[in-house]
Design a protein around this ligand. Structure first.
Ligand code: PAF
Length: 302
């Protein structure tokens, strides 16, 4: 596994691409992360490795953190991240410095379209511009055929999908499911901020989603009733930020709850701002897990 630090180092990828043992039909896969890896990230890497050589980027991107957010506290442990990636057969890790990724003040940034309004975009002004700007840079630097993101950051997935479509960026996007602890808590690098007691309190997010899902399974399609069920459970958090039922991919508030639906919650528990969601496909009349970008197993070739 190579550790690449700069744009120049990344040109090593072109050398590999031209080598005989690089099967030309295999896509180069990028899994972008901010490190502090957990089994959720590793499942994305595994999904990518089933398709072709994987590059994992590890970069705590300062521009997606707002003033007063946890940029300084965000866990950084490159050595332990590398130890987790090595056994998965990752081809390379791209771990640039801030100065490698960002130049002078006043440089070009990418602004989200309509999908970046509301939800986390409302609570974290500037967040999605930071995400899109760094993802555009990573896609330009690595030039992957496929990029895989975690479904847990549902709005992020949809905002990135809109950027890729609108800016005609030649990459195929896929999303991998949220990985949960045995008790339902969605895995997140920010769970490290929680005490034992707060960790139990944080279960209200997955409980909220579970109860709204059960209502959908029982045939409930009234948005207000579903949102009320989400809100009722979130009263256990220290501060509820949002509890929403939205449509995929444009995140409109549905008049009729149908098609692919996002149940999304965000709340503060102790020092952590936590998010969780379910993406549910109601199109067959039943309730199935849905995708926001694409099923990695459905990559159909270059
Ligand atoms: O989801 C994340 O870890 C980050 O937002 C991403 C996509 C790596 C951009 O910094």
């Amino acid at each position: 596994m190579e550790i690449l630090r700069t744009a120049t180092d990344l040109r090593q990828l072109d050398k590999w691409r031209s080598e005989d043992n690089w099967r030309s039909e295999q896509p180069l896969v990028l899994v972008p992360t901010m490190g502090a890896l957990h089994p959720g990230h590793l499942s994305l890497v595994e999904a990518g490795a089933a398709l072709g050589p994987v590059v994992v980027s590890i970069f705590v991107n300062p521009t997606q953190f707002g003033p007063g957010e946890d940029l300084d506290a965000y866990p950084r442990d490159l050595e332990s991240d590398l130890a987790m990636l090595e056994p998965l057969g990752v081809k390379a890790v791209f771990a640039p410095s801030v100065t490698e990724m960002y130049g002078q003040p006043g440089e070009v940034t990418v602004q989200p379209g309509n999908r970046g309004q509301g939800l986390c975009g409302g609570d974290r002004p500037g967040h999605f511009s930071g995400v899109l700007t760094v993802v555009a840079k990573l896609l330009g630097l690595v030039r992957p055929d496929v990029a895989i993101f975690g479904r847990k950051d549902a709005q992020q997935c949809l905002v990135i999908r809109q950027m890729v479509e609108d800016l005609k960026i030649p990459v195929w996007l896929a999303d991998g499911p949220t990985v949960r602890e045995a008790d339902g808590l969605a895995m997140s690098s920010r769970n490290r901020y929680l005490s034992e007691e707060q960790r139990l309190q944080a279960l209200c997010l997955s409980r909220a989603l579970h109860s709204a899902r059960e209502m959908l399974v029982a045939g409930e399609r009234n948005r207000e009733k579903l949102q009320a069920a989400l809100l009722a459970e979130l009263s256990d958090a220290d501060k509820m930020e949002y509890a929403e039922v939205r449509l995929v991919p444009d995140l409109e508030e549905p008049v009729a709850v149908s098609g692919t639906v996002l149940l999304a919650v965000a709340a503060r528990v102790g020092p952590a701002r936590l998010i969780d969601n379910l993406v549910l496909d109601l199109s067959s009349g039943g309730v199935k897990d849905g995708f926001l970008l694409g099923d990695p197993q459905r990559w159909s070739g270059k």
